[in-house]
Ligand binder design. Structure first.
Ligand SMILES: Cc1ncc(COP(=O)(O)O)c(C=O)c1O
Length: 389
């Protein structure tokens, strides 16, 4: 169950300036608040991290995962930092183009990448990673029939052994691996070959993610050696929580890129596709207290009902969201610490509980404003309309 953690001081600093315009009278609730300084910091730190890990002859590039939050302000930040845009549908390709990305700054991934209708090809995009042997076969056939390459890099998503995933081409059995080798050999020289995998460290655990990384390097090398087609791009997907991305991942990335270059001698590019690591802390949800509940008039606050709900915070159960309350007297935003209080959503559903185990201030009143932080990723992009008639 979600528990509101106290905000780390550095982040609170950004939040205070970002949240300055949020006031009880001037801010409608529930409403999304774009945290501009936090967003700038996240994207700038990611750009620096990629630059630090790049090697002569092997560039580390960030590709922002559009689906995580397609808000144009994030796309524009990504573009301004020189990031690529990672799309999973033609609608997302169109969105990236509309936001000023050039075609060769776009990567296409996933099983539905040609949906709903392929954007006509003026020139190739940067990379396409096939999600299955069938897709790779289709693309290789098109190229061998004289078709224009749809991308500079044509690659395949690998599903390593023992990874239960619906995505990618399995390399588990000798027959599956041999089929893949045969398909990779059909990729013409005019395009580069790349390997991709994505399995969230947020689901797998950090050490397992790194062990998967090193395993994928070996599978990519095997594919390279057996097919004679050189792996020039390695795309490792996203799936990192913000704190892990800017600590563990950032610390180990340079060594990981060196290993990749040692194992895959012809590697030119390493691509990372973060989504939530960049944008999760960069939006908050302003909500208003509808009712304060106590066991008796002098007791601590047991629960508050707010006008936000699971419809605006649909992944509230996946990780703790920091929660701030605006002190009505001082106007300061105070993080909620641990306690015995509960924040209930407005929806008449048992599971609409936004936080358990928080300490609610004794002075809190109906009409006060709170912000639920860390909603900038899948909370925002998967939010839905509910209970609005
Ligand atoms: C291929 C790929 N890349 C990047 C991402 C972004 O993941 P996250 O937002 O967890 O970093 C996803 C998310 O599912 C993905 O499937």
């Amino acid at each position: 169950m979600p528990v509101g953690n106290p905000a780390p001081p550095a982040i609170l600093e950004f939040l205070e300036s970002d949240l300055a315009p949020v006031t009880p009278t001037g801010t409608p609730t529930p409403s999304w608040v774009f945290l501009a300084a936090t967003a700038e910091e996240q994207f700038a730190n990611a750009a620096a991290l990629a630059e630090r890990a790049s090697l002569p002859g092997c560039t580390v590039r960030i590709a922002y995962s559009i689906k995580t939050n397609p808000d144009e302000r994030f796309l524009s930040l990504a573009r301004s930092k020189g990031f690529l845009a990672e799309a999973i549908s033609q609608l997302e390709v169109n969105k990236a183009l509309a936001c000023g990305f050039h075609r060769d700054q776009i990567i296409l991934n996933g099983p539905g990448k040609w949906w709903p209708q392929a954007v006509p090809l003026a020139e190739p995009i940067q990379a396409i990673f096939c999600d299955s042997p069938e897709e790779l076969e289709r693309i290789a056939r098109g190229l061998n029939n004289g078709g224009t390459p749809p991308a500079h890099v044509i690659g395949v998503r690998l599903r390593a052994p023992h990874i239960a995933s619906r995505f990618g081409a399995s390399v588990w059995s000798p027959a599956e691996f041999a089929r893949l080798v045969d398909l990779v050999r059909r990729i013409p020289e005019a395009v580069s070959f790349g390997c991709h995998y994505h399995f969230p460290s947020s689901a797998l655990g950090i050490e397992q993610w790194w062990s998967l990384y090193h395993s994928v390097l070996r599978w990519a090398r095997a594919l390279d050696l057996c097919s004679g087609i050189r792996v020039r791009t390695l795309d490792v997907g996203g799936g990192w929580f913000p704190d892990d991305f800017f600590t563990d991942f950032a610390e180990r990335l340079a060594a990981a890129v060196s290993s990749a270059k040692r194992i895959l001698n012809h590697l030119d590019d390493v691509v990372i596709e973060p989504g939530k690591a960049l944008v999760q802390p960069a939006m908050a949800l302003a909500v208003r207290v509808l009712e304060v509940r106590r066991d008796d008039a002098r007791a601590d606050v047991r629960a508050v009902v707010v006008d936000g709900s699971l419809a605006e915070v649909p992944v509230s159960h996946l990780y703790p969201h920091r929660i701030l309350v605006r002190d009505a007297w001082t106007g300061r935003w105070n993080p909620l610490g641990k306690g015995h209080g509960t924040i209930l959503g407005r929806i008449c559903m048992e599971d609409d509980v936004l936080a358990h185990g928080v300490k609610l201030p004794r002075t809190i009143r109906a009409g006060d404003i709170m912000t639920i932080c860390d909603v900038g990723a899948y909370d925002r992009s998967m939010a839905y309309e509910f209970g609005r008639g």
